[in-house]
Structure formats: structure tokens, C-alpha cells
Write a protein that binds this ligand. Sequence first.
Ligand SMILES: [Zn+2]
Length: 87
Amino acid sequence: MLTKEEAETAREFIELSTGRKWRRNGATQTWKRSPERFRTPVKFGLYGYGQLTELNAADFAVLASCECGYHGPKQDHASPGPCKWVS
Ligand SMILES: [Zn+2]
């Protein structure tokens, strides 16, 4: 599950159902009158384009990297201990 804040700030995302990795492709659009809404343009590879919104946020997570070598959905990272996120 992607939060609005994550959708506004993260650079890389993972589609949980497919494992596909998506990269931000522009600024996140928000609406003052509809604070729950957001739209983040994303792409994968050369020809794949899409958007992350509050409607599909449940199928995405931030793609995170850690100094320990972990690379995947942040919520699946096993140890909060000595690990350190790298971007
Ligand atoms: Zn780690």
C-alpha cells in the first residue's frame, strides 16, 4: 500500500502483484479541494507508462534499497536494526 506522502516523494515503486519496478516520470499532481487525490506519472523500461493514484495505491509500495543489500518493497525489509536506506 502506497501512501500519498510516499507517492509524492519516492523515486521508485514496485507493483506488488507483478514485481514490476516503476520509476517516477514527473511531479505528483495533487488537488487542494480533494486532498485524498494524487497522480504520479511513472514508467518502466522504454515503453511502459502509467500513473499511481489513490485508486491503485493498494497494489504499489516504495521500492527501497538498504546497505545490507535488500532491494524490494520497504514493508518487507526484515531488519530495522543496523540497516540504512540508500537512494
Ligand atoms: Zn537492511
